[in-house]
Design a protein around this ligand. Structure first.
Ligand SMILES: Cc1ncc(COP(=O)(O)O)c(C=O)c1O
Length: 371
């Protein structure tokens, strides 16, 4: 390491520290302390294989992974004795997993997803060569149910694989699983599959008073939740959950690693499952509920503050931490990390956001509009 190398690292650290409170457009909780786990970075650990089936590579954290996944399964009301899951590399891999299981069960199936579905899903479908149709969205970001019904009606002979957004990226919109199932029933489509992309909201809805239908109990066959979003984690990760009897149909045993090849990646991080386990233990259900309440309270505050400054802000519903507003002037992006798309922008009220950060953002936004 030269002094120049050291200087560059110090500069990077200073830049990250400065950007953290201003990264308001991305759904990542950035307030956490995993220091007690740093000592595990001494090892070349690896969680390859199925966490429930063991592997020859013994420097793994499968036991912790199982316990973490079990907790997510409880939050998602997974069917007792008929669920399976693992810690993924992020929400994208969890969605890929759900769509993979769906495609293996229904090789001729047609995937339906909305205009507001995360961009990575179109890529997954291309990779998997799965037939698919994009359904229109309503202005609030939810699926257009009339378009879904009409499109399903035309393709009634093909098993539908519905990709539901449980908290869309831009507006936090939650597609209504009850309505989707009603449409499937009306059209007498018996054979179908529903995957729920619960990237951010999968850790919010279990802890609110009036959650929308979103999980296994409401008809989902598989679920993806991001770990680095609501809970927060310095390494991207997520949880894939699916019904065990479906996973069993696609599992393959691999002799070289002595593991069941049920996951998408071979080598997998042993650190992220440990971090998820640690975070869940540290917060407990009570701590997560408090965090959810705090974030939702801040979202209410942000909407009010923006509106009182004359900026037309809104939330999809009372369970959303995504505050949507008209696309701000480009100049605002010099200081603030926001993620505008077409005519809208948003901020997401996760830590370290607080009232003071919102006040500063609204003041800068107002000044930029006047400039
Ligand atoms: C709704 C939704 N689905 C999927 C993803 C992809 O998740 P990840 O970035 O964890 O791979 C995102 C990311 O923002 C998202 O908002």
């Amino acid at each position: 390491m030269t002094p120049e190398d050291q200087r560059r690292l110090d500069e990077l650290y200073a830049r990250f520290s400065e950007l953290r409170p201003r990264s308001i457009g991305y759904p990542c909780n950035q307030t956490f302390d995993y220091a007690p786990l740093f000592r595990f970075l001494e090892f070349s650990s690896n969680n390859l294989g199925d966490p429930f089936a063991g592997s020859n590579y013994r420097l793994n954290t499968h036991q912790f992974e199982r316990e973490a996944v079990e907790q997510f399964a409880r939050y998602a009301q997974a069917p007792e004795g008929d669920w399976w899951g693992y810690v993924t590399n992020g929400g994208t891999e969890g969605n890929m997993y759900g769509l993979y299981v769906a495609r293996e069960l229904h090789p001729n199936g047609m995937v339906y997803f909305s205009e507001d579905t995360h961009y990575s899903v179109a890529k997954i479908l291309r990779l998997q060569h799965t037939r698919n149709i994009m359904i229109k969205s309503q202005p609030n970001g939810q699926l257009d149910y009339d378009d879904l019904r009409e499109t399903l009606r035309i393709h009634r002979d093909v098993p539908p694989i519905i990709f539901a957004n449980i908290g869309s990226t831009m507006t936090g919109a939650v597609d209504d699983l009850a309505k989707i199932r009603e449409i499937l029933e009306d059209l007498a489509i018996g054979e179908h599959y529903i995957h729920a992309d619960c990237a951010l909201s999968g850790m919010i809805l279990p802890f609110v008073e009036k959650p929308q239908p979103w999980n296994f109990a409401h008809g989902a066959d598989s679920i993806s939740i991001s770990g680095h979003k609501f809970l927060g984690c310095p390494l991207p990760c997520g949880i894939a959950l699916a019904k065990k009897h479906n996973v069993d149909r696609i599992a393959r045993s691999v002799e070289y690693v002595g593991a069941l090849d049920t996951t998408i990646s071979g080598s997998r991080s042993a650190i992220t499952p440990l971090m998820m386990w640690y975070r869940l233990r540290e917060l407990g259900d009570h701590g997560i509920r408090q965090l959810v309440q705090r974030c939702l309270g801040l979202a209410v505050y942000a909407v009010e503050k923006l509106r009182s400054a004359g900026i037309e802000a809104w939330r999809h519903d009372e369970n959303s931490v995504t505050v949507v507003f008209p696309r701000p002037p480009e100049s605002l992006r010099e200081k603030w990390v926001i993620a505008p798309k077409k005519k809208i922008g948003h901020l997401i009220t996760l830590p370290p956001m607080n009232e003071a950060v919102i006040d500063e953002f609204v003041s800068d936004f107002t000044a930029a509009l006047k400039a």
